[in-house]
Write a protein that binds this ligand. Sequence first.
Ligand code: B1M
Length: 210
Amino acid sequence: MSKIEEVKAKVEAGKSKLVPGLVQEALDSGATPAEILQAMVDSMSVVGEKFSSGEIFVPEMLIAAKAMSKGVDVLKPLMVGDGSTSLGTCVIGTVAGDLHDIGKNLVAMMIESAGFDMVDLGVDVPADGFVQAIKNNTNVKLVACSGLLTTTMPSLKEAVQTIKAACPEVKVIVGGAPVTPEYAAEIGADGYAPDAGSAAVKAKELASAK
Ligand code: B1M
């Protein structure tokens, strides 16, 4: 089994103590951070499928998520930029009722490395929490809202509409597995991205748009 396959297997099995060391070994064996990250994202898809089929339950999903986060911690310094230029501040959070944060954390990492200062509000963020953060921080150009559950899509809509009503000059980008470009447009978001890499590209595009 290659080191990258070992990382994938141990994330799926939720082995948080082993994953950081294996990620380092995979790097040392020549795998790129992007390849290792993709392997861990693939693991979470397997975990999701096993949950859907009733093979595992919430606690197992949670420990797999913890293992992935530990692996991402090792990759983070290799993936973020030097922060020497700032395109402004980005406020990010997962919307109300939703506790999923791995995708949001990756999006935060990539947008930060694209040159934004990052204010991360965490998970379960109410619509007015985003507005307060815009008011409490300087030079906020962008808000990034993540949502992973179909049941929290109404929270995403409420967040976008509350932010745009209170702060129309701030751009809002949305994403997360159930979000489509059509839904993003329908709820009034300025941008949509399917993954963390394209979220960073879209963030730069929105920040430079007049
Ligand atoms: Co939950 N969960 N979960 N879960 N969970 C999913 C999302 C699910 C698809 C699993 C399944 O059934 N197959 C399903 C949702 C079904 C649906 O609504 N359509 C589900 C469910 C049902 C639930 C609960 C309701 C289970 C229950 O309690 N019965 C519950 C809800 C709790 C809540 O939020 N209120 C729940 C709980 C949990 C845990 C807490 C145990 C844990 C999360 C821990 C954590 O995040 N710290 C968990 C996990 C781990 C998952 C899966 C297995 C993995 C999620 C993940 O981290 N993926 C997930 C199955 C799956 O995704 N296949 C599942 C890896 C991550 C990198 O991908 O988050 O999609 P993702 O992010 C991507 C893109 O979506 C995008 O970029 C990221 C990376 O490129 N993206 C953006 C994300 N945000 C973006 C924002 C952007 C742009 C792009 O712009 C702002």
